[in-house]
Ligand binder design. Structure first.
Ligand SMILES: Cc1cc2nc3c(=O)[nH]c(=O)nc-3n(C[C@H](O)[C@H](O)[C@H](O)COP(=O)(O)OP(=O)(O)OC[C@H]3O[C@@H](n4cnc5c(N)ncnc54)[C@H](O)[C@@H]3O)c2cc1C
Length: 510
């Protein structure tokens, strides 16, 4: 807890998971925190839609690595388990393929290896080897990448200082010349199993054929730490954090958009809202998309280097989400399901290279009534369907595209998902297009998962949490280090707050 003279005024811009994590951490460490949120609700993409007895999580539905959340609650001396009722799901996903085959992703690596072996001789050993490599990559991430502000390879390991055999071994293990999809296909010959594993990159909205091999660490994290459902929906997570923030004295201002970050002599001074209110601040933590923060909220800082740096970043993919209130649930679905495209390379090529919605898409489904009967009227289902699409490209009008693409999605579910009568079962319906996602959450070109993780060398790196351009400015959320997805966005909020808090102590001790 800082002494009274070290207490700082902190403004957090945005109340997504990263913003809430940052606000709670700063408040727990004794600072005065104000959160400005443009929307009427707190939680950003982890929003809720309810109609006629159906309840939908609108954004994230799969919670992994809950120990990140545990650490944030622990900042305030609170046990996460006292605030959230988390249920572990196994199988983690059920997968359906074009030829009618089905395959479950099971949590236990040995059970999964045996299942893959029964489908294709040699894949059992391949999967064991993959999980071993994944564990090593995860260990490297824990050692060099997580829980601290990192903006590039140089921040992770100081090679000139620590060129030890151990460090060199870690660098070699990063497989810098390889990609996510290549590492999988080196070990798994069954194309359907490979396609299932490709989708571990869904959390970062990137093409597995362009994503760096280091992201394979996700496989170990998901198997070791589990896939969880918070009773009440993933929405229970921002609700619990907002409640914690309130208890810690955080001032939440909803329907308040930050328009400018005031900077003088390279140091943050405060934030100006769209209503021209000036809120003085020693520290600003922006949970707005990092590129948009730097390009839209700062006025006099930009230099040519700054311009180059912040123009280079590409958004991750976007998506179309259908929220379908069904009067009758489907028995064959698990809580999380995928209905896969026939040709993953063609699908990823359409989304990530051609910038077009895939004609034969992969549909991710959440059928939460399998775990939580309160999401739908008795016997019904709050079916959530997410299809990844390109981020918004010039000339794409989703009002025109949506009706046809909705039908493509429903036809896919009818054909390959065992839901031939889905249209007759729909009682209520709502949707989001990439345009809606961009508008609702102020993302970069409608991106769902912040910035793309493409590039063998730099693909895993996002902008660092501590700005080296403006003193007192920190970045949190899916478009900042360590990236998107619930646990990473939460971790990014914690890292941003931890850096800010440590910096105040360094200044104080000088
Ligand atoms: C459809 C969908 C499905 C997903 N599925 C999963 C999943 O299953 N599992 C998973 O782990 N992740 C998933 N994700 C990703 C996950 O939701 C995000 O990575 C995470 O929630 C992002 O949190 P964030 O901290 O970046 O904040 P965001 O949720 O992006 O929130 C940012 C907030 O900042 C506010 N804001 C922006 N600019 C301003 C401003 N100038 N002034 C004031 N407020 C501002 C916005 O209104 C918003 O509330 C999904 C996302 C989507 C959209």
């Amino acid at each position: 807890m800082p002494s009274p003279e070290h207490k700082k005024s902190v403004v957090v811009i945005g109340s997504g998971l990263g913003g809430l994590a940052a606000a709670c951490t700063m408040a727990a460490r004794g600072h005065h925190v104000t959160v400005l949120e443009a929307n009427e609700w707190l939680g950003g993409k982890a929003a809720l839609w309810e109609a006629d007895g159906f309840r939908f999580d609108m954004g994230p539905t799969i919670l992994t690595v809950p120990r990140v959340l545990e650490r944030i609650f622990a900042e305030a001396g609170v046990k996460m388990q006292d605030r959230l009722d988390l249920r572990r799901l196994d199988p983690q996903w059920r997968c359906f393929f074009e030829d009618g085959a089905a395959l479950d992703l099971q949590e236990n690596p040995e059970t999964m290896a045996q299942s893959l072996e029964s489908l294709c001789a040699g894949d059992g050993a391949g999967y064991r080897d993959l999980m071993q490599a994944s564990e090593q990559l995860h260990e490297i991430s824990e050692k060099f990448f997580f829980w601290k502000s990192v903006g590039g390879l140089a921040d992770t390991m100081d090679l000139s200082q620590t060129l030890t055999p151990a460090t060199l071994k870690d660098v070699w293990r990063l497989r810098l010349a390889s990609t996510f999809a290549r590492e999988i296909r080196k070990r798994i010959r069954n194309p359907q199993a490979a396609q299932m594993l490709d989708h571990l990159t869904q959390y970062v909205g990137s093409n597995p054929f362009q994503a760096p091999a280091v992201l394979l660490g996700i496989a170990h994290m998901q198997s070791h730490d589990g896939v969880w459902y918070p009773m009440g929906g993933t929405r229970a997570v921002p609700d619990a954090l907002a409640q914690l923030g309130q208890e810690l004295g955080v001032c939440f201002k909803t329907s308040t958009r930050a328009q400018q970050i005031q900077v003088q002599n390279g140091q943050v001074q405060g934030v100006v809202t769209a209503d021209a209110e000036v809120i003085p601040a020693d520290i600003v933590i922006s949970n707005m998309d990092s590129v948009r923060t730097m390009r839209e909220l700062l006025r006099n800082v930009p230099t040519p280097r700054f311009e180059r740096r912040w123009r280079r970043r590409r958004p991750a993919c976007s998506g179309v989400v259908l929220y379908l209130g069904l009067n009758k649930s489907y028995e064959h679905l698990a809580h999380h399901d995928f209905v896969f495209s026939a040709d993953p390379e063609a699908e990823f090529d359409a989304i990530y290279r051609q910038g077009k919605p895939a004609p034969d898409p992969t549909c991710y489904l959440a059928a939460p009534s399998k775990t939580d009967p309160n999401v739908a009227p008795p016997g019904g289902e709050a079916l959530y369907v997410l299809v990844h699409t390109p981020y918004l490209h010039k000339g794409q009008n989703w009002q025109d595209i949506f009706p046809g693409y909705r039908q493509v999605i429903l036809d896919k579910l009818k054909r390959c998902g065992g839901m031939p009568d889905i249209e007759e079962r729909i009682q209520v319906e709502h949707h989001l297009t990439p345009f809606d996602i961009g508008q609702r959450y102020s993302t970069l070109r409608g991106a769902i998962y912040g910035l793309a993780s493409h590039g063998r060398l730099n693909g895993a790196f996002k902008p660092a949490n501590r700005s080296d351009e403006v003193k007192g400015l920190y970045l949190a959320g899916g478009a900042a280090h360590p990236g998107a997805g619930m646990p990473m966005a939460l971790m990014s909020g914690w890292v941003a707050a931890d850096c800010a808090d440590q910096d105040t102590q360094m200044v104080a001790s000088k």
